[in-house]
Design a protein. Structure first.
Length: 200
């Protein structure tokens, strides 16, 4: 159960920023004994994986804070974030259950699918909300929202690794936020089509 919660938290974090949970897991596995990656996932803590991850994170942090460019980046990340969510869910679950054979370790595809779905849902909410934020703030909100998302991704990653039980609360808050943003997006789009529409 704790392994699943850790994987859920990490994959949700990947939906906000694909490279933060990847790099945190890679660095923790590389320099501590807190995470031991099993066979098939050791490459995550290799020099080249960490180097590429760091370079991509730098590009993501910069591009995601530029209006319009952030939307293009989100479109590209549609393929990357869910994939990273699936990878990191599977890796963390396999690492947590290294010494115990469970249905998740015996069926690793389940972890991958769950990671892809969770990360994809979070990414979809982020991608739908960003154009609305940009239009409503004339682009000024992009760097602010992006910084909050990066901070949330890092915080969720730490929670998933250190206190997985709190992932339940964090995911509930994230789900509420995504639903709220979705409703705001619908209201904004309806207002644009019909200026006389009164959301109240």
């Amino acid at each position: 159960m704790l392994a699943a919660l850790t994987g859920m938290g990490l994959s949700a974090a990947a939906g906000l920023n694909a490279y933060i949970p990847f790099l945190v897991v890679a660095l923790v596995a590389r320099f501590t004994d807190y995470i031991t990656l099993p066979a098939g996932y050791e490459w995550i803590e290799s020099n080249w994986a960490i180097g590429i991850g760091a370079a991509l994170l730098l590009a993501e942090v910069i591009l995601d804070k530029v209006p319009v460019v952030d939307t293009v980046n989100d479109t590209i990340q549609t393929f990357i974030r869910p994939s990273m969510g699936g990878l990191i869910f599977a890796a963390s679950t396999a690492a947590s259950e290294l010494d115990n054979s469970t249905w998740m370790t015996e069926n690793p595809w389940v972890s991958v699918v769950l990671g892809v779905v969770i990360s994809g849902l979070v990414h979809t909410g982020k991608m739908a909300a960003r154009p609305v934020v940009n239009a409503g703030t004339v682009g000024m909100g992009a760097p602010v929202v992006s910084t909050v998302e990066d901070g949330a991704s890092f915080g969720l990653t730490l929670i998933a690794l250190i206190a997985p039980l709190l992932v339940i609360i964090a995911l509930a808050l994230l789900a509420w936020l995504l639903i709220w943003m979705w409703l705001r997006v619908r209201r904004w789009r309806r207002t644009r089509r019909d200026p006389a529409y009164d959301p109240v």
